[in-house]
Design a protein around this ligand. Structure first.
Ligand code: ZN
Length: 350
């Protein structure tokens, strides 16, 4: 398999995030990827590559994100420092949002103040934005595009090995440590490459709200997600079982929320349900937003999967028999992330 590694990832290294009412050290750190690369040195299950300087990455990203959001991201750091030169030493975190309500805050008048614009394009204060965030996120999108192109070129498996993750990023907002939705970029690139039906199977602990929203009204991309029940688990406001898609996309979204504390046996049964739904859709390719925060040792999640279980997860994905792009998503027990990620890749079988 081809593994496209984002060499720009470490340019995004947030210092602190707002977590349960206080600023704490970031959970989403460059060390995460270092542990995966170290494990790939020990177990070279694929060919480690860097994407070509893809001139088409911006076009691919613009297929799933709004132009004003992408323009905001590209300029965000400069605008943050322009607000106050002292900001150069501080990560940007949003602190005010235009909460939607009838006759309430307006979003039709673009604010000029950067702090307001940051809130306009974000849904939480856990996602610090710094000088290198855009370069890192864009580098990840290039990996996702390269992985999709590899699969279109006949590769059975390809991976975007990148951070920051992507599946919480929506059409016009960042959040959940995510800026560009790499899985959505890959799925759309597969469609644009000529495939008629693409499925997304999100196995991260947290609901893939951004991916769901991007494809919610479409019947050409089926989205399935197994996640912690949003009534108690982040991102809280999306990911319920009754969200089945809308308009032409009605019936093309599947959510399988599970209670905090769920172990492998019950999770595995949900995976079988999701895989059956994927098979019924008869896609020509699959995208797997691969979050490893289902691991029992994850510091911010609540499932109980063990390292050896991820070998079975890889085997199950392979049994779908589909050309598959994987994108690295969550997984915050950094020292275990290498073994757990490479276990999935080893389970895929090539
Ligand atoms: Zn997650």
């Amino acid at each position: 398999m081809k593994i496209f590694h984002n060499t720009h990832h470490a340019q995004h290294a947030g210092r602190q995030e707002m977590f349960r009412g206080r600023l704490v050290d970031c959970h989403e750190v460059p060390d995460r990827l270092r542990y995966v690369l170290d494990e790939l040195q020990r177990r070279p299950v694929g060919q480690l590559l860097t994407p070509d300087a893809a001139a088409d990455v911006d076009a691919a990203t613009a297929r799933v994100h709004a132009p004003d959001y992408l323009a905001f991201l590209a300029r965000a750091w400069d605008d943050w420092v322009a607000l106050d030169p002292a900001n150069a030493a501080v990560d940007a975190l949003p602190s005010v949002w235009p909460l939607a309500s009838k006759h309430g805050f307006r979003t039709d008048v673009p604010p000029l103040n950067f702090a307001a614009r940051l809130g306009q394009f974000a849904f939480d204060s856990g996602t610090p934005l710094m000088a290198g965030s855009w370069a890192a996120a864009r580098g990840g999108a290039a990996c996702a595009l390269a992985a999709a192109q590899a699969v279109l070129g006949g590769e059975r498996f390809a991976m975007a090995l990148t951070r920051p993750p992507g599946h919480h990023a929506g059409p016009n907002y960042m959040g959940g440590y995510c800026f560009i939705n790499n899985a959505a970029v890959a799925a759309q690139a597969l469609r644009d490459g000529g495939l008629q039906r693409v499925a997304v199977l999100d196995v991260d602990y947290h609901h893939g709200n951004g991916t769901q929203t991007i494809f919610y009204e479409r019947n050409d991309v089926f989205t399935a997600s197994i996640q912690g029940d949003p009534r108690t688990e982040y991102p809280f406001f999306l990911g319920h079982a009754d969200e089945r898609g809308a308009e032409a996309g009605e019936g093309f979204n599947l959510n399988l929320p599970l209670p905090r504390g769920t172990g492998f046996e019950v999770w595995w049964a949900a995976l079988q349900t999701a895989m059956q739904a994927v098979s019924d859709f008869a896609p020509q390719a699959l995208v797997v937003p691969l979050g490893l925060d289902t691991f029992e040792g994850d510091p911010i999640s609540g499932f109980k999967l063990r390292s050896a279980d991820y070998l079975q997860v890889g085997r199950a994905i392979a049994q779908l028999g589909l050309p598959t792009v994987l994108t690295l998503e969550g997984g915050y027990a950094a020292a275990d992330l290498g073994v757990n990620t490479v276990n999935v890749l080893e389970g895929l079988g090539r």
